[in-house]
Design a binder for this molecule. Structure first.
Ligand SMILES: Cc1ncc(COP(=O)(O)O)c(C=O)c1O
Length: 392
């Protein structure tokens, strides 16, 4: 069979993966529930444990904690309130915080909480995006309608005409201020403009801020909950704090939204996992250690990446904070990773998983351990050489 160019057989007895950008559209259930193609592609490759892994958008940080089984399993008898830890860290009231299991779950809760009861059951979703952000509302019975920040509306600027066009049709706008896969923060002008037009239109904002804390202490740290009354910010310990497997996340917003989210959480989840919350409690007072370590990793690793890219004539300005970014490699990145990356033991993330217009982009993360990152650089260099020789 002739497979399309964006299809790839993973291995014997394994299905063929057809790569596509997030699948937008109407409400779904049953057989209509789409996969997250990025995860269908990524998880089997992660399981290969390739020696040079530049795919991790989560920071690599070693946490230690000393917890007995009774503490892990008995959190909810302790009387402590994890929402209080989040409220104190973010300088908000306790009734502005709802705890959940990671950003992914928080997104669904936030959309449900923010969707006006008497408004259209439709969500405007920013593209490019991680498919969970742009697809999950379909499972909540919503239609999802795209609007774009780049790649076709200038260098990562918001397509304001598109936003104005969809505002009368949606109840919520979902966006990721620090965009995955580019790591680019939305500009202050676009952010304030979006808050203004959505407020006037009676539309609420769900803001996925899972990468934003890496900007703390800089002018780029602009969480939505600090600037607007019509937003819910969602975040977790997954990315900037390097605790993805914990599934500990939260929502911050106006008390009325948060009350709705807590009700949604009770209906869909019941209670939060005691071991997750216990471990989160053990690291919460020390979270800034990870943010400091991100700047150190950036200082050590990023120049090495820039050296490799310069040597291959790839011109690129990395985002001003954080641990990943994406640039064009001049060819389909899924195919290049299959042809040249796999034999070299290299894993990185193809931009086309986030938007078809980014199919020639490769996302590289530099939040890994220094020695491993250094060892991966000659491999990345060989990968780029193979591509350039293949194109020539
Ligand atoms: C934009 C975005 N939001 C959320 C997540 C996942 O967050 P969590 O692990 O907290 O559910 C990811 C993971 O890649 C992401 O890119």
């Amino acid at each position: 069979m002739d497979l399309p160019r964006n299809a790839e057989t993973i291995g014997e007895n394994q299905p063929t993966v057809i790569w596509v950008e997030p699948r937008l559209g109407g409400p779904v259930s049953g057989d209509g529930i789409p996969p997250v193609d990025y995860l269908s592609w990524y998880v089997p490759r992660l399981q290969e444990n390739r020696p040079h892994d530049l795919s991790q958008s989560g920071f690599s940080h070693s946490w230690d904690f000393d917890l007995e089984p009774e503490e892990l399993l008995g959190f909810w008898k302790s009387g402590a309130d994890p929402a209080q830890w989040v409220a104190e860290r973010h300088g908000v009231d306790l009734n502005q915080v709802c705890i959940a299991h990671g950003t992914c779950q928080s997104l669904s809760l936030a959309i449900l909480a923010a969707l006006p009861e008497d408004g259209p059951r439709a969500v405007g979703v920013e593209m490019p995006s991680f498919a969970v952000v742009s697809q999950c509302a379909r499972l909540l019975g919503c239609e999802v309608i795209p609007f774009h920040r780049g790649p076709n509306s200038g260098p990562w600027t918001l397509n304001r005409d598109e936003v104005m066009e969809i505002l009368p049709k949606v109840g919520v706008i979902a966006l990721t201020p620090v965009m995955n896969p580019t790591g680019e923060m939305i500009s202050e002008e676009d952010q304030d403009w979006l808050i203004d037009v959505t407020t006037k239109a009676g539309v609420n904002i769900v803001s996925d801020e899972v990468y934003l804390d890496a900007a703390k202490g800089t002018e780029f740290y602009r969480p939505m909950y600090l600037r607007s009354k019509n937003s819910i910010s969602v975040n977790s310990l997954t990315k900037t704090y390097g605790l993805g497997p914990l599934r500990f996340g939260w929502l911050i917003g106006a008390p009325e939204f948060i009350q709705n989210a807590k009700h949604a959480f009770q209906n869909m989840q019941g209670m939060a996992s005691s071991p997750s919350v216990s471990i989160a409690g053990a690291v919460f007072p020390r979270l800034d250690q990870a943010l400091d370590a991100i700047w150190v990793a950036r200082e050590k690793n990023l120049p090495k990446l820039m050296e490799v890219l310069n040597a291959h004539g790839i011109e690129w300005v990395p985002p001003p904070f954080g641990i990943f970014g994406a640039f064009s490699i001049g060819t389909d990145a899924v195919q290049a990773l299959a042809d040249y990356g796999k034999p070299l033991g290299l894993l990185a993330t193809p931009g086309g998983m986030f938007h078809a217009g980014l199919k020639d982009y490769l996302r590289i993360a530099w939040g890994g351990e220094e020695e491993a990152f250094e060892a991966a650089m000659p491999v990345l260099s060989q990968f780029l050489t193979s591509i350039q020789e293949g194109i020539a």
